[in-house]
Ligand binder design. Structure first.
Ligand code: MEV
Length: 420
């Protein structure tokens, strides 16, 4: 695009000025970008062609008791109701003893993919025989992880097609997410394989399908704890179990069911400075692990209790990469009182299950709109320009109307202003 050549070499003010010169934004809009709170040095180090900070609201989810410890959980989201729902789901679970969570192992997998293979089974065997050598090479490529007690642990070979192999390196990455570490190790091993076995390497890269980094979270709620007004807890529990079955049967519903789970998961992953795209990709692949896309969580009735379970890959770090530099992450880690990455993974999974419980509870009782209406109307009021002191008046008045759209909200705002 004209005017943007060598954009990365320009200073920040020039980058902003170009947006006005090229009629991409008005000077008032550019002024807004320029005023966002920022640390230019940091932004310009983290990404390319840096302009400004893009901010999202952060709030706290309450009531999370996981393995007997209660947490305050920072969540970053633009969606109204997410934090309220996450806290509501957790409150129901807290009344019933809280969540239980397990992280069996925390290992990351990386792939070296070989192509133009002529005899895949023989080559697979040959490579497997070199496991010790390859693990040593991998560790030598990243010695600091070995001194921290981690390092390459296993090497597996999968035949993907008669002419294609994946050599999978399994690494204990300790507190990191491990992408850079794995990629360095993989490239060192790939070079060795090329030189020693004359194989054709297609690519070497970490896999985001982190099936050796699974987190499982469960909870059990006596059905009477689910009672809502006139509706019995047993009835609500039965409907939640049916909604869970539906998400196992139907990919259309499963996608929305999982979107609700990810509302909670992504919000905490972002607040913790982690890579939410990696988590999303891994979660959805796991949801399709038996070749049909299904709900990631299940809810079953067992002996008068509603039993919830959520398992998914959650490769989350407490150090390294963006976790160590995004300014609010340290404060959020302190709010979470985190001991280590495994604890963060348990918290994030619990929020996913709590979020899901709240969504299903609302869906099978009042429907989603009623509980969320006030929060959504608040957003509507802000979006049509209501000032903070006008928002609650707009919400109250629009609740009395049939049409709850922006035209109605604008009309109400005009009336409120006219009445002053
Ligand atoms: C909305 O962001 C999320 C829900 O649709 C989730 C669900 O339907 O389970 C409410």
């Amino acid at each position: 695009m004209n005017g943007f050549s060598k954009y990365y070499q320009k200073d920040r003010q020039t980058r902003l000025n170009i947006l006005v010169e090229q009629q991409k934004l008005s000077s008032a809009e550019v002024e807004k970008l320029a005023q966002a709170e920022l640390d230019f040095e940091l932004g310009d180090t983290m990404i390319e062609n840096y302009l400004t900070q893009y901010q999202l609201p952060e709030g706290l989810a309450l009531n999370y008791v996981i393995d007997g410890k209660e947490y305050l959980i920072p969540m970053v989201t633009e969606e109204p109701s997410v934090i309220a729902a996450a806290s509501h789901g957790a409150q129901l679970v807290k009344k019933s003893g809280g969540f239980k969570a397990q992280v069996k192992e925390r290992l990351m997998i990386g792939q070296i993919v070989l192509e133009q293979v002529s005899d895949a089974p023989t080559l697979a065997k040959k490579i497997k025989q070199q496991q010790d050598k390859l693990l040593t090479l991998a560790n030598e490529a990243h010695p600091s992880i070995v001194s921290r007690g981690g390092g390459a642990r296993e090497l597996n070979v999968r035949i993907l097609a008669p002419d294609m192999l994946s050599v999978d390196l399994v690494v204990d990455v300790k507190e990191a997410m491990g992408a850079n570490m794995l990629n360095t190790m993989l490239e060192a091993c790939a070079k060795y394989l090329e030189e020693e076995l004359a194989v054709e390497v297609l690519l070497s890269i970490l896999s985001n399908y982190a099936t050796r980094c699974l987190v499982k979270v469960t909870c059990e709620l006596p059905v009477e704890n689910l009672t809502k007004g006139e509706i019995s807890g047993a009835k609500i529990a039965q409907k939640i179990a049916s909604a869970s079955r539906l998400a196992q049967l139907d990919p259309y519903r499963a996608t929305t069911h999982n979107k609700g789970i990810m509302n909670g998961i992504d919000a905490v992953v972002i607040a913790s400075g982690n890579d939410w795209r990696a988590v999303e990709a891994g979660a959805h692949a796991y949801a399709a692990r038996d070749e049909q896309y299904r709900g990631l969580s299940t809810w079953k009735l067992k002996g008068g209790k509603l039993c919830g379970e959520l398992e998914l890959p959650l490769p989350l770090a407490t150090v390294g990469g963006s976790v160590s530099i995004v300014p609010l992450v340290k404060i959020n880690q302190r709010l979470l009182e985190l001991e280590d990455a495994k604890e963060l993974e348990k918290i994030v999974a619990a929020v996913g299950l709590g979020q899901n419980l709240a969504a299903l509870y609302a869906l099978v009782t009042d429907g989603i709109q009623k509980g969320h209406m006030k929060l959504q109307l608040k957003s509507l009021a802000v979006s049509i320009g209501a000032k903070p002191q006008e928002v609650s008046q707009v919400v109250e008045k629009i609740l009395a109307k049939k049409a709850r759209d922006s035209a109605t909200a604008q009309q109400i705002l005009a009336e409120i202003r006219g009445n002053k």
